[in-house]
Design a protein around this ligand. Sequence first.
Ligand code: HEC
Length: 148
Amino acid sequence: MKAWRWCLLVAAFAGAGPGLAQQKPEDAIRYRQSALFLLGQHFGPLAAMVQGKMPYDRDVATRNAALAETMSKLPWDRFGPGTDKGDTKAKPGIWTNQADFKAKADRMQAEVARLAQVSKTGDFDALRVQVGETGKACKACHDEYRNK
Ligand code: HEC
């Protein structure tokens, strides 16, 4: 292969995300599950607070929402070709309805970003509303694209 072709190839992989060039499908699956697991771990306390199952604390809410926002960005480039099989609950529709899956991922990221903003204000009612909106965005995708 000519050198310039290698350059294009390397650039294409570099653009796909850090560390993706050599990633095995099982590692991509584990990576996205880990990010989604942590997303759930940081969204959980916010849901518990607005449901009165955990005392409300603005700092705890802010910290968890900020971490959830970071996690919300990580899974999506790990749904590449070959990662539909294996130890995964991802449904095949992800790869046949990519635009819709991406739209649902984008919506959720927007809701979590808003959650991070709202959590800083200390406005509990606004937080409750935004936790609800975020939860709906999680469910919309899980109902369609995640196996039980
Ligand atoms: C655009 C689709 C989509 C959105 C939006 C989404 N998820 Fe998921 N989620 C998935 C898929 C697909 C899986 C299964 C991944 C796999 O097994 O490879 C998953 C798995 C999970 C898991 C299990 C991770 C594990 O331990 O394997 C948790 C927890 C989770 N999601 C939480 C959330 C939360 C919380 C939100 C909202 C803040 C959310 N998800 C939004 C698609 C989505």
